[in-house]
Design a protein around this ligand. Sequence first.
Ligand SMILES: Cc1cc2nc3c(=O)[nH]c(=O)nc-3n(C[C@H](O)[C@H](O)[C@H](O)COP(=O)(O)O)c2cc1C
Length: 157
Amino acid sequence: MKKISIQMLAAAMALMLTACGFGEKPEQETSRQDSIPETTEDSSGTAERAEQEADDNVRPEFTLDANPEEYDVIFVGYPIWHYQMPMVMQTFFDTYDFSGKTIIPFNTHLGSRDSETYEDIAELEPDATVLEGLAVNGEQVQGAETEMEDWLTNLGY
Ligand SMILES: Cc1cc2nc3c(=O)[nH]c(=O)nc-3n(C[C@H](O)[C@H](O)[C@H](O)COP(=O)(O)O)c2cc1C
């Protein structure tokens, strides 16, 4: 059984987001400023662009060297943006058919935990098995090693 490692997927997701021009923290001034956790200053307009993409329901393009469909188990990692996956992840699930495959989601956030995105993935890939995900606070990633190991152990890895 072929598996993509967490590191590979995290790197791939980071590459995807970088390719789409993201990678910065959001500005504090957004229309959801009252409820989106505070983050550091952003001078690139990432927050506005992300929100606009979500509002317009766009599908940002991405390139990926590996073909995830060749794998039986796919770890999929992403940050929570505006209470959902970044729109490029919608493109990702539009692009690939994971029917019969196992998807293991994990995400970072600043308070929204998984924001029900694991259910979103199950809806986007109705014929895949979506296992229990792991939501890690983006400011506590360094201390999340044990939590991550326990999660993987519970999943049988
Ligand atoms: C555009 C944007 C929107 C965000 N919206 C949320 C949100 O709704 N809920 C939340 O908990 N965190 C939100 N965050 C915080 C990110 O989830 C957090 O910064 C990220 O998961 C941590 O990973 P990073 O260090 O790679 O940014 C948002 C961040 C950005 C850039």
